[in-house]
Design a protein around this ligand. Structure first.
Ligand code: 5GP
Length: 113
């Protein structure tokens, strides 16, 4: 199967502004930010979307949530940020590789949809 866009970024085949990396995940700036700070956090495992996760992915998913807080701090967001996971094309997902949007840097309105 061909690599997803995010697998190519993880493999450094496509450039990105990487802000954090560890053995399980990579965080990089969104190319089309919807707020002053908009970072994507992706697992290195190419899981298509959240609803495809199984019990085997529990530790990785927990790691992503904890790492999101770490990345938000590195990006200067402190305690004020939003995490978004689009699951499936009808929910706005355009890249078929699980990713958390970490968004902030301005007051965020609710509801988001
Ligand atoms: P989705 O719509 O799938 O939830 O989010 C995909 C995100 O990937 C979008 O916010 C989009 O701006 C971002 N994106 C698409 N192509 C690239 C790229 O080549 N580089 C980076 N850094 N982000 C991308």
């Amino acid at each position: 199967m061909s690599k997803t866009l995010f697998e190519k970024i993880i493999a450094r085949e496509i450039p990105a502004t990487i802000v954090y990396e560890d053995e399980l995940c990579l965080a990089f700036k969104d190319i089309n930010p919807c707020a002053p700070l908009h970072t994507l956090l992706v697992p290195k495992k190419p899981l298509i979307q959240l609803s495809h996760a199984t019990a085997e992915d529990q530790a990785m998913l927990g790691h992503l949530m904890l790492t999101a807080t770490k990345v938000a701090a590195l990006e200067g967001l402190g305690d004020a940020y939003r995490l978004v996971v689009n699951n499936g094309a009808k929910a706005g997902m355009s890249v078929a590789h699980l990713h958390l949007h970490i968004i902030g840097g301005r007051p965020l309105k609710w509801p988001p949809a």
